[in-house]
Design a binder for this molecule. Structure first.
Ligand SMILES: [Zn+2]
Ligand SMILES: [Zn+2]
Length: 327
């Protein structure tokens, strides 16, 4: 197999020839057909997440087909199309696993971070954490659903029922979530980098009621807001934009420091909370509804060998929607 390998933090990925991985008990081997590029991949490369492991193959929005199975795999078959997400393994016995909060497991493995991921022609996954995808939709269009879509879905669920939904940072996750929220009958208010007219236009094209810079106040108070951008300074801005009793959800795995802010923007029972990872149930809930939602993902395709270019373009905000690597 070939892979784009991160050999040391802060260095470019290196195209590498490796022996084909063999699936162990309970594992599947997947020939990768497409792998989305996520903001978290940048955090992995930049060493912004705790306990990094190198060398590692990044990538956790994997679509591919099973071409080998280890002993003990049930309910899956050779040739089946599968999605492999960020949550790669949980212990099953820690307090969080026992209380159905496996997203907070004390001993997890994460795809493309602490176990090898999908910036490769093949990968091995724990079969219990892979999602059957069916045959509807192209590999490329489905890949961004596996993190941007899934974490977005969990964030939306945690954000609650509010009708007026603010989305701060209009990248891969928000462009999917805007469509989901519209399908649910909500009004979407999209906040981009100040002056980013192109992305604001993209948000309106996807049905946003209003789009503007993150330094602007929306035309009416928000019921709830989700922050996808990694900018801590957005937290007080979002708190100011939500109504009394409103909720602000931080969806990212990493954020710059949150500046101090006056208590009165949190007061009146506004809530501030974060979302971490996903549970398998989140994935099943979301993916079972995808065929009804009519989501159209905007993707920019890169050959696998150009993963570094895809990461650089993501960092610079050079495309709308999501980047997808094709081996
Ligand atoms: Zn656990
Ligand atoms: Zn991700």
């Amino acid at each position: 197999m070939q892979a784009m390998v991160l050999n040391a933090l802060h260095t470019p990925l290196v195209w590498t020839e490796l022996p084909d991985p063999e699936p162990g008990p309970g594992q599947i081997r997947v020939q990768v057909a497409a792998c989305g590029v996520c903001r978290t991949d940048l955090h992995v490369v930049d060493g912004e997440l705790p306990h990094p492991r190198v060398p590692i193959i990044p990538g956790h929005e994997i679509v591919g087909r099973i071409d080998a199975m280890g002993p003990g795999v049930v309910d899956l078959k050779l040739g089946q199309r599968i999605g492999i997400p960020w949550l790669g393994h949980t212990c099953g016995i820690c307090p969080y696993c026992r209380m159905q909060r496996e997203n907070l497991c004390d001993h997890p493995l994460f795809t493309g971070f602490t176990r090898n991921g999908g910036f490769a022609t093949a990968t091995v996954a724990d079969a219990r954490f892979a999602f059957p995808l069916g045959e509807e939709g192209s590999d490329e269009s489905l890949a961004p659903l596996l993190c941007a879509g899934l974490i977005g879905w969990r964030s939306l669920t945690i954000a609650g029922e509010g009708k007026n939904l603010g989305l701060y940072g209009f990248g891969a996750a928000a462009h999917i979530l805007a469509q989901v929220a519209r399908w649910q009958g909500r009004s979407v208010f999209a906040f981009t980098r100040p002056g980013d007219r192109k992305t604001q236009e993209f948000a309106r094209h996807l049905g946003a009621t209003w789009a503007g810079g993150s330094d602007e106040m929306p035309p009416q108070p928000l019921d709830t807001a989700i922050i996808f951008a990694t900018v801590g300074a957005l937290v007080p801005l979002a708190l100011k934009a939500v109504r009394k009793g409103g909720r602000v959800v931080c969806a990212g795995i990493h954020m710059s420091d949150i500046p101090s802010y006056p208590y009165n923007i949190l007061w009146e029972e506004r809530e501030l909370l974060s979302v971490a990872n996903l549970t398998r149930q989140d994935g099943l809930d979301f993916l079972s509804q995808v065929p009804k939602m009519g989501i159209v993902t905007r993707t920019t395709r890169y050959p696998l060998q150009q993963a570094n270019q895809a990461l650089a373009d993501l960092r610079a905000g050079r495309f709308e929607g999501a980047a997808v690597l094709i081996p």
